[in-house]
Design a binder for this molecule. Structure first.
Ligand SMILES: C[S@@+](CC[C@H](N)C(=O)[O-])C[C@H]1O[C@@H](n2cnc3c(N)ncnc32)[C@H](O)[C@@H]1O
Length: 295
């Protein structure tokens, strides 16, 4: 047992910056666009000056609870806009759910998966991206040569993901777009005898399939992970289980993934996905357990 902190930070993402945190808010830069968003976990004080905090383009003002609300535009700018991660352009916009269409902390997983595509035995890995949202991972992996099956319950999210595909001129046949309930889709793929070389799951704490199927992380994640383990090919390279806003912990995900993936030769590492502000304070944005084949 070692005492290494299980905190993981995105590297080499110059178009994104967490400038400062404090007073239940984060100050971020997406390209040249600086925004303020609420974050209830930020119970500490700001470090940056008032001038930094007032030099913004937009601020999210919650209407009820934390998730929904309105953006107050402080300085007009062209929307949607795009930022770059590596070779990939990603469309951004201000959504009524306080998001921008990209979760910058996911860059930790993107950077971990990309080299696995290059060193894999097969030239084009088959990747399943569940709860795939606006498709950042789908497009990044497809650009690197993978065949990606992108599954999300939300039609508007899949439409946004397709825009990211077009923006990057990713060949049409590199990504299969599926609007479906992740649980149902995985069961169907098992029946069809399909297999994948890599699987990403980034489910919400609570959500809905397109026909209203209820998704609850604590109730449904174990069954879904079991089915995903069965979907892994014999030569499978990796599986990433990510979670956020759940009552779970990185250790709980590690215990679950270690148990379920025990028959596969590999190792499971768990941790927290974090962002770091200029004052070098870490902000936790989610938890994960990820499995990789032992070489
Ligand atoms: C916040 S996103 C995940 C972020 C994404 N992995 C990324 O890095 O951009 C969660 C997604 O899960 C989708 N979702 C919720 N319930 C679902 C279900 N039962 N089946 C499929 N997708 C679902 C939502 O539409 C949403 O796009």
């Amino acid at each position: 047992m070692d005492n290494t902190d299980p905190y993981f930070l995105p590297q080499e993402f110059p178009d994104f910056e967490l400038i400062d945190t404090g007073h239940y808010q984060r100050l971020e830069r997406w390209g040249s666009v600086r925004i303020i968003r609420p974050d209830p976990q930020i119970i500490w004080n700001r470090e940056a000056s008032e001038e930094e905090w007032s030099n913004i383009y937009a601020q999210f003002v919650p209407s009820s609870g934390e998730e929904k609300g309105k953006w107050k535009i402080v300085h007009e700018f062209k929307r949607p806009w795009a930022i770059r991660y590596g070779q990939t352009d990603l469309k951004l916009d201000l959504t009524p759910f306080k998001h921008t269409g990209v979760f910058a902390e996911q860059a930790t997983h993107w950077a971990w998966m990309l080299p696995k595509l290059r060193t894999a035995s097969s030239p084009r890995l088959k990747i399943l991206n569940l709860f795939a949202y606006t498709g950042a991972a789908s497009v990044i992996l497809a650009q690197a040569g993978a065949f990606v099956t992108h599954v999300d319950a939300s039609k508007p999210s899949v439409a946004w993901a397709k825009e990211n595909q077009l923006l990057n001129r990713v060949p049409q046949d590199s990504i299969r777009w599926i609007v479906d309930d992740a649980v149902k889709f995985v069961k169907r793929e098992l029946k069809r005898g399909k297999r994948y070389d890599g699987i990403i799951l980034d489910p919400p704490a609570y959500g809905h399939g397109p026909s209203g199927q209820v998704w609850k992380f604590s109730a449904h994640a174990p069954g879904l992970l079991r089915d995903c383990a069965d979907l892994l090919s014999d030569a499978a390279s990796f599986l990433v289980l990510n979670a956020y806003a759940t009552n779970s912990s990185a250790l709980a995900l590690k215990n679950l993934a270690t148990q379920i993936l025990a028959p596969k030769r590999g190792t499971v590492v768990a941790g927290e996905l974090c962002l770091q502000d200029r004052a070098r304070r870490l902000l936790s944005t989610g938890i994960f357990a990820r499995w990789e084949r032992k070489s």
